[in-house]
Design a protein around this ligand. Structure first.
Ligand code: ADP
Length: 335
């Protein structure tokens, strides 16, 4: 039968293993009458690399700003290391590191000077500060550039300096807002590698917002947001496992609705129609042994199928299954 959205339970896995380092409970935020977060809950465990994935406008930045104590939610609670972000921001700021999407380093200063200023803000001084700066610069691969102005650095190097800045005061929780924006693929890979090292060697709890599926895949667990609501929560593996089989996309030669209905009836599968604009509407089916199935499809509906593809499930499939629409709409400009 042809239909659009599949009804599913929201949470594959609500809690992380072990006590929560970050605990978000029924968080609500609105700007005027526009709802940005509509009752979001999740926990993040110690030394977990946790992702907030969602398309533009899904509420990631709002969540990031609340967690980093820059904004007070209008409802619900968020606690980090036992401190409420709304009522104990000052105590919390000493314990968390924040890396904003917009650059915060001073390009006219050297890497060393940037970190020295940051250290002073956190009350670090003298030889202890100098040692810590050298340690951090070595960690992010900038030891030999300590005395160069940040303006001479590549985008990836500037981001690594931002990271060193966010980590200088030994926070045990690091929050990053779309940290790879503007970086080339090599620099993106480096940054993610570094986040994994932070988790594994320093046991830092990391929460990172992203709109990129391939980045979300690298998280231990993630929450998928859509229009301020949690669409899915779990490990990338578990979330994709719910699809059970391959994903088949069919581009019909004509009459998408009729074809979807007949495929559904003939093979007893759900055939969802996905896409906003008439010309881009396609049929989507989840089915085991997709390759065998597409041969049968092509034989059963000769001349009615323009193109067909089969692939293993991705996080985008999880999003589509739960929302009934694509992660990137036809009007999205950014990818
Ligand atoms: P994301 O980071 O996922 O793109 P945001 O948290 O920025 O999402 O936005 C969530 C929703 O809140 C969107 O509908 C957005 O338009 C709205 N929003 C965000 N910031 C403001 C603001 N300062 N004033 C009014 N609406 C806003």
């Amino acid at each position: 039968m042809a239909s659009r959205v599949q009804e599913l339970p929201i949470a594959a896995e609500i809690t992380s293993s072990g006590p929560a380092v970050i605990s978000v409970e029924n968080l609500v935020h609105r700007y005027g009458d526009r709802t940005a977060l509509d009752g979001v809950s999740f926990d993040v465990g110690h030394a977990e690399l946790f992702g907030l994935l969602g398309p533009n406008g899904s509420g990631k930045t709002t969540m990031f700003r609340i967690l980093s104590t820059l904004m007070v939610p209008i409802g619900g609670h968020a606690r980090i290391l036992g401190h409420d972000v709304a009522t104990e921001p000052n105590r919390l700021r000493q314990k968390i590191g924040i890396v904003f999407q917009s650059p915060s380093i001073d390009l006219k200063l050297t890497a060393f000077e940037n970190l020295r200023h940051q250290g002073h803000l956190y009350g670090l001084r003298g030889s202890a500060l100098k040692l810590r700066i050298q340690e951090m610069l070595a960690r992010v691969g900038l030891a030999d550039r300590a005395n160069d102005k940040a303006e001479t650095f590549s985008g990836g190097m500037q981001r690594r300096l931002e990271l060193a800045k966010g980590l200088l005061h030994h926070p045990s929780v690091l929050l990053l807002d779309e940290p790879t924006t503007g970086l080339d693929p090599g620099a993106r890979r480096d940054l993610w590698q570094y986040l994994h090292i932070l988790r594994d060697e320093e046991r830092v709890t990391v929460i990172v917002t992203t709109h990129l599926m391939e980045e979300a895949e690298r998280c231990d667990r993630l929450v998928i947001l859509n229009q301020g609501e949690v669409m899915a929560l779990g490990t990338p593996f578990d979330l994709k496992s719910e699809i059970g089989g391959d994903v088949i996309w069919i581009e019909p030669a004509r009459d998408v609705d009729g074809l979807a209905q007949r495929i559904g009836a003939k093979f007893n599968v759900r055939a969802d129609i996905i896409g906003e604009e008439e010309r881009s509407r396609k049929i989507r089916i989840e089915r085991e042994q997709g390759h065998r199935f597409i041969t049968e499809l092509a034989e059963s509906f000769p001349g009615e199928i323009q193109a067909i593809s089969v692939s293993k499930p991705t996080l985008e499939d999880v999003f589509i299954r739960r929302t009934g629409h694509k992660f990137w709409t036809e009007t999205s400009t950014e990818r």
